[in-house]
Design a protein around this ligand. Structure first.
Ligand code: MV4
Length: 454
């Protein structure tokens, strides 16, 4: 056997679709593990269905009836005799009840335990846990804000501007920035309503609003024996309406000293909760280099590839190994190269990034030294309106950031997709932006970025 683990999985069911399902199948093959794909009727012609050892149709196109349909997925597990489930990202990947159901069935959920998912899913509980672990957090309310009166007092104490956040939130839903007393009540009411409507949980908390922060996240890994390590950072500040478009590692803002301190904080967080699996600790970093815990993602993320390219490790493999009970060495990993990822979405960047589903009539993916493309798309493939619009991840790697940007420009020039609109032209213009090239950006960068129509 290649691995020390006696209990290596024999067959993994991948409860996902698209590029991440393919990505997981590839690593399973390399590890000698059999794979089961599940698919909706919209994905019958998908590559994850073709490349898996077995495939089971789990329902109609709508996610609710297929990729989120727990009983269909568990039925597929039973008929194929899979011994583990890889949830990928999105869908059921951070669903604690699903992790519990897997455990009840005697199936390994490849990821952290249901308790850990629950703890990090509720933002106030997560923040409180981080305070106990000694990780810096944004100054703010202890627990939920009970009413407008208490909220107003807290806002005065903290000092404006403040931000209201939904405890069940993430991704910006139920979030309001408040600049003065007079705006507070209306903001609190609308945040509460939005949170209630989106999450059936109206719980709100308050924080000092950090202006023009960077979004820098630390990739972490923990095993079943309490060991944890960090795999350095990714800068994800280039976002639009809380959708990441570009990620890179190392962050152009990072210093060796700051990386040590942020890495240590992220590892402290993992050790405090005995975190098992791969995960990400997200921080806001202000212009002075002060960093504050924001959220923890308890799944593999879209942008894990950026870290893979700079530390030369297969994170899906690491994830499967720790899930099977392998111990990690506990040593941290540091960027040896520079990597940038551009998310190629089926969206029209000249038209407010409106979704652009449809049939891809021709598809030529970039190639060559230092270029990686993770995609499930091919000429003739139809991008469904039912799912996420991401059709490919274009990742470039070079020794320096400057060379990496030059390579990305070259790679974008040879990325040809016909039949649908994509974000390629947006990325191509971004790579020529002086501020981007200088590494001078924060999470508000795209608010002022104007795409030139040509
Ligand atoms: C903040 C913040 C400033 N100060 N919290 C956005 C999504 C949610 N996960 C948290 N978010 C923010 N929280 C404080 N105290 C600014 C943001 C924010 C943001 C954060 C990361 C990436 C993009 C962003 C875009 C707008 C606002």
């Amino acid at each position: 056997m290649w691995y020390n683990t006696l209990n290596m999985f024999k067959k993994i069911l991948i409860a996902n679709r698209g590029e991440i399902a393919l990505r997981i199948i590839r690593t399973c093959k390399e590890m000698g593990i059999k794979t089961v794909a599940v698919y909706s009727t919209a994905d019958r012609e998908s590559l994850h269905v073709k490349f898996a050892d077995e495939a089971v149709c789990i329902g109609p196109p709508s996610s609710k009836e297929s990729y989120l349909n727990v009983s269909k997925i568990m039925a597929a597990v039973e008929i194929t005799n899979a011994d583990a489930i890889h949830p990928g990202y999105g869908f059921l990947s951070e669903n604690a009840d699903f992790a519990d159901i897997c455990t009840d069935y005697g199936i390994k959920f490849i990821g952290p335990t249901a308790d850990m998912i629950r703890k990090m899913g509720d933002k106030i509980t997560a923040k409180d846990t981080m305070i106990k672990a000694g990780v810096p957090v944004v100054p703010g309310s202890e627990g939920l804000v009970q009413d407008v009166k208490q909220g107003l007092n807290l806002a005065k104490q903290i000092g404006y501007p403040v931000i209201l956040k939904a405890t069940a939130g993430g991704g910006g839903k139920g979030m309001r920035i408040v600049w003065k007393d007079e705006e507070f009540e209306a903001a609190m009411n609308s945040a509460q309503q939005e949170a209630e409507a989106s999450f059936a949980n109206g719980g709100i908390y308050i924080e000092k609003f950090i202006e023009e922060p960077r979004h820098i996240e630390i990739q972490v890994i923990g095993d079943q024996y309490g060991n944890a390590a960090h795999l350095s950072e990714r800068d994800c500040s280039i976002q639009r309406r809380h959708q990441k478009l570009v990620e890179e590692s190392p962050s152009p803002f990072m210093t060796d000293e700051l990386r040590e301190r942020m890495g240590e904080a992220a590892v402290k967080a993992c050790k405090y909760i005995n975190y098992e699996g791969v995960g990400t600790v997200e921080f806001l970093v202000d212009k002075h280099g002060e960093f504050y815990f924001m959220e923890m993602n308890t799944r593999i993320q879209v942008e894990h590839t950026v870290t893979e390219e700079v530390i030369e490790r297969d994170l899906i493999k690491e994830q499967i190994l720790v899930a099977a009970g392998e111990a990690i060495s506990g040593k941290n990993y540091y960027p040896q190269m520079h990597a940038i990822e551009c998310r190629i979405n089926a969206e029209d960047p000249f038209n407010d990034f409106r979704p652009s589903p449809g049939t891809v009539t021709s598809f030529h993916s970039s190639k060559g030294y230092g270029v990686r493309v993770d995609t499930h798309v091919y000429a003739g493939y139809t991008v469904s309106p039912y799912y996420d619009s991401m059709i490919a991840k274009l990742i470039c790697r070079a020794h320096t950031r400057e060379e990496c940007i030059l390579k990305m420009k070259r790679a974008l020039d040879e990325f040809i997709v016909e039949g649908i609109k994509t974000t390629v032209p947006f990325h191509r213009q971004l790579m020529d932006d002086e501020k981007f090239k200088a590494g001078d950006f924060h999470t508000g960068f795209l608010d002022d970025f104007e795409i030139e129509k040509k």
